[in-house]
Design a binder for this molecule. Sequence first.
Ligand code: PAF
Length: 304
Amino acid sequence: MQHWHILGAGAIGGLFANLLQTAGTPCTLLLRTDDPDLAVGTAALTLRRGDQQQTCRFSVSASSDNIPISHLLVCTKAQDIVAAIAGVAHRLAPGAVVVLLANGMGYQQQVRARWPQLDCFSGSTTEGAFREGRRAICHAGQGSTLIGQPGRVAAPDWFRTWLALPARCAWSADIDTVLWRKLAINCAINPVTALHRCRNGELAQRPQLAALVGELCAEISAIGIAAGQQRAVSNLRQQVMAVIAATADNRSSMLQDVLAGRATEIDYLTGYLLARGREHGVPAPRNAALLAAVQAVHADNLGA
Ligand code: PAF
């Protein structure tokens, strides 16, 4: 039987821990040193959907334990992934399955380069979940989750467990396109909402912001095409406007980070995009200005 360990038991990590355990697959939450909400032993997590609630109990293990990990799901923020895996690397035998489910790009290559012996997979999810308290998660909107491995067409055997989850999960034979599409959409939405401190819907309602989103999409598409990602960026502006409409009341993850004074994922979103632009000689001044502005907000937060 598979036993999954979850690194980063926030809203998405907690949701998948709950889904796995509900489907009969045991899960252990991993305690990172900076996690104020968990303690070694057991923890109950309540998942709320509308007026229905379900509480699951999980064992909680310190990253520094020695018990081997065969299947690891990583749901931390993009910028924390490498450090979080380093904290459990001694427990991962060669061939251990590691699924990286986070916004952004760039950390996948860092993880594969540092731990080539691991069997690393990437994922992207549109599940809508947020923390309602230290031990409670609201599953606000059902989305779908795609998992894949660059260059791998057929799903591995372990993925049968994920197909049995009470959620929409599918294998993607083209995960690079999936990750690039999500990256492009996040680059067009997240930094603008974070800087203007607005909900996603305002990007369509305020003409100046809508125009900026259009300009960002044009630059992002040009970089995507130069990087061979035509499929990911085709009709990008329409894709972005559809996500803005579907998530109009949401505060983007980057806005939530800024409001909470946390580091943002900007280096793995716009930072990654601009690095590809430099590689291919495609300038993107609007995106570059947003990268600098979001980095300045973070520097101010640290100074405050
Ligand atoms: O990062 C986010 O907040 C989400 O990916 C998205 C799609 C922008 C919706 O808020």
